[in-house]
Write a protein that binds this ligand. Structure first.
Ligand code: FES
Ligand code: FES
Length: 191
């Protein structure tokens, strides 16, 4: 059955009519044409579909779009500020952390939430946080190094009193609201 819903994505409100059984991933990609969020396993196993829901990384293949109506959704398209990429995107490019690139949007979204909360994570903390984001290409070393490089730059900016890019990632709400979802970290695999 078709439903009219409003979705707030990267700060923009979209008033759309969608099939009630569509997942958030499907609506983002097919109805809003935000194809940065990737379609992987659709089983909650790979993390390619990761988006932020009220600042928390979640798997958009496991969430109905209807259930995201009252939340703020953040996708990889929202990481850049206009033509200025997020530090993570710069570091991924510089260090070759994207091979085929299919896992990169999910990795970037998860890592952006991590740096918002912890701008100087240890390598083990990065591994733990990204445990739900799988890469099928050449391993995780370049990804970890890129996140560390971005973290160093974010920390330098903060120390210099400059606005750092993780401020574009919405903070977690003070009060609980939105669908009852578990964060994705630690659900599967190991980075
Ligand atoms: S597509 Fe959602 S976890 Fe794989
Ligand atoms: S870069 Fe290809 S799946 Fe990660």
């Amino acid at each position: 059955m078709k439903e009219r819903i409003q979705l707030t994505v990267n700060g923009e409100v979209h008033d759309i009519v969608v099939d009630g059984n569509k997942t958030l991933m499907e609506v983002l990609r097919e109805d809003l044409r935000l194809t940065g969020t990737k379609h992987g396993c659709e089983l909650g196993e790979c993390g390619t579909c990761t988006v932020l829901l009220d600042g928390e990384p979640v798997l958009s293949c496991l969430l109905l779009a209807l259930d995201a109506e009252d939340s703020k959704i953040g996708t990889v398209e929202g990481l850049a500020a206009g033509s200025a990429p997020h530090e993570l995107q710069i570091a991924f490019g510089e260090l070759g952390a994207s091979q085929c690139g299919y896992c990169s949007p999910g990795m970037l979204v998860s890592a952006a939430a991590l740096l918002r909360d912890n701008p100087a994570p240890k390598r083990e903390e990065i591994r733990d946080y990204l445990a739900g984001n799988l890469c099928r290409c050449t391993g995780y070393l370049k990804i970890l190094e890129a996140i560390e490089l971005a973290a160093d730059r974010v920390s330098e900016r903060r120390a210099a009193g400059e606005t750092s890019p993780e401020h574009r990632i919405p903070a977690r709400p003070a009060a609980e609201h939105g669908p009852d979802l578990e964060p994705i970290e630690g659900k599967r695999g190991s980075a």
